[in-house]
Design a protein around this ligand. Structure first.
Ligand code: EPU
Length: 419
């Protein structure tokens, strides 16, 4: 298993191009199951999770071709078995995204129940209850969700909690259902909107994506089309933090500043000069130590849970005391314990972390526990004194395309070595 070796202390400087969004590419690839005729998806990031989704589609008999620029063509006319097996679902929870499309298009789906995960219990009860309310017959047997439906029926659903993949699953199912489905308390994330735009391009009738009420009028069929995935706002935010934490200057290109409002506001509060154009953002923290900031995670457009760990890293070396409150996942603080081993002063009280900035972190061997936790350890290592070895970086490869090349391009001393 590879590890990353990072020698801290260089102020990062330069430009980096942001890849397509993992959390938009995954539902969009799942949505190709709804299409008659091939769909062709571009700006797909080259990531382990995308490979897993391709493998999942392939196992079902779907024909998938990938060109050298990661443009993916999917034709589901060859589908043989609507099954998402345990061995793939256990490596990627987002596999649950095939449940809605399979059921709506093929009338049947057997999808392994995802288990618990390093950041929380993450149940899928809202996905299941929504499909049942649309007329699906669902049994949980031998760890699998076994679902059947002649044709799903549109209905009004009030989602008990704001759920991103839950909203996506139900929106995809409703796109081919009979009648109108209304999703109340829907997730408003840009990735939900990107999926809706893809479905609309294929012929779906969807209104209100990006608000908390989405109305979907089912159609008889959808037609595969070419589509480009939106840029990854979390990847962009992570590189901007790399600039800020190292007291450097980083510009991210191919991004959508309007998707990062809450993050940019916190960067400005931390003392960075933030400028942006239509598709770029620059953070300049040269010659300054960041100031500690308070962060409370909540569904979009509020501060994203996927940026919480990176701001925790910033606070560990900032001037002052910053509080991080995690309201989405109950166990998303594993990185705090690793950062403590690097000399960070962090007190944990339930879902709150109180972080007192220290002038200097020390390098230490650390372990990545989930995707964003890994990103925060990379950030901490970039400012620590000495060489930090980060193990279990397969987590990073699930969500950050070419992280060592991109960071090296900004001047970081980083290399990947086999363990
Ligand atoms: N929840 C339920 N029941 C459900 C579904 C969700 O109780 O049926 C709860 C969850 O346990 C959690 C809350 O609702 O407490 C919100 O979870 P959500 O369903 O929104 O999360 P998700 O859809 O599983 C997506 C992203 C995550 C991101 C979260 C929150 C994808 C593939 N994953 O997960 O991304 O953290 O939304 O924004 O879109 C990551 O990229 O590192 C990552 C974990």
């Amino acid at each position: 298993m590879d590890k990353l070796q990072i020698t801290g202390g260089t102020a990062l400087e330069g430009e980096v191009r942001i890849s397509g969004a993992k959390n938009a590419a995954l539902p969009i690839l799942a949505a190709t199951l709804l299409a008659d005729g091939p769909a062709s998806i571009g700006n797909v990031p080259h990531l382990q999770d995308v490979t897993t989704m391709i493998e999942l589609l392939g196992r079902m008999g779907v024909s998938v071709t990938v060109d050298e620029r990661m443009r993916i063509e999917v034709d589901c006319s060859t589908l043989r078995q609507p099954v998402a097996p345990y061995e793939l679902v256990k490596t990627m929870r987002a596999s649950i995204l095939v449940l809605g499309p399979l059921l709506a298009r093929f009338g049947q789906a057997d999808v392994s129940l995802p288990g618990g995960c390093a950041i929380g219990a993450r149940p899928v009860n809202i996905h299941v209850a929504g499909l049942q309310a649309m007329g699906a017959n669902i049994a949980i047997e031998n760890g699998y969700i076994r679902a059947k439906a002649a044709r799903l029926k549109g209905t009004r659903l009030v989602l008990e909690t704001v759920t991103v993949t839950g909203t996506e699953n139900l929106m995809m199912a409703a796109a081919l259902a009979d009648g109108v489905t209304v999703l109340e308390n829907a997730a408003r994330e840009p990735e939900v909107v990107d999926l809706a735009n893809f479905l609309i391009a294929m012929g779906a009738k969807i209104r209100g994506a990006g608000t908390d009420t989405i109305e979907i009028e089912g159609v008889e069929r959808l037609q595969g089309v070419p589509y480009e995935v939106l840029p990854d706002r979390i990847e962009a935010g992570t590189y901007l933090l790399a600039g800020a934490i190292t007291s450097g200057r980083v510009r991210v290109k191919n991004t959508r500043p309007e998707h990062l409002d809450a993050v940019l506001q916190k960067l400005a509060e931390a003392g960075a000069t933030v400028t942006s154009g239509s598709n770029w953002i620059e953070v300049d923290m040269r010659g300054r130590r960041p100031k500690a900031v308070d962060v409370r995670t909540a569904p979009y457009p509020a501060f994203p849970t996927d940026m919480q760990a990176q701001f925790a890293a910033l606070n560990t070396v900032a001037d002052g005391v910053g509080t991080i409150i995690e309201t989405i996942f109950e166990n998303r603080f594993m990185h705090m314990l690793e950062m403590r081993r690097m000399g960070a002063e962090i007190r944990l009280e339930g879902n709150t972390a109180i972080i007192k900035g220290v002038p200097q972190l020390q390098a230490a061997p650390v372990m990545a526990t989930d995707l964003r936790a890994s990103a925060s350890l990379v950030l901490a290592a970039l400012v620590a004194h000495g060489r930090t070895d980060i193990e279990r970086i397969y987590h990073i490869d699930r969500g950050y395309e070419g992280i060592e090349e991109k960071l090296a391009q900004l001047g970081a001393k980083i290399r990947r070595v086999p363990n």
